[in-house]
Write a protein that binds this ligand. Structure first.
Ligand SMILES: [Zn+2]
Length: 50
């Protein structure tokens, strides 16, 4: 079972949890995938300009 740290209360919670059981902070998966796409796009641009 993987754990992640809650950015709101800094407690370790289950990675599959969508809400922090301690403070109720909402983990947004969409934000993570958005970052992944930006990283991918930047990597592609970087390769094109080499
Ligand atoms: Zn929390």
């Amino acid at each position: 079972m993987t754990k992640k740290e809650c950015p709101s209360c800094a407690m370790e919670v289950d990675d599959r949890d969508h809400h922090c059981p301690i403070c109720g902070y909402e983990f947004t998966d969409t934000h993570n995938s958005w970052l992944k796409w930006v990283a991918l796009l930047l990597a592609l641009l970087f390769l094109l300009y080499l």
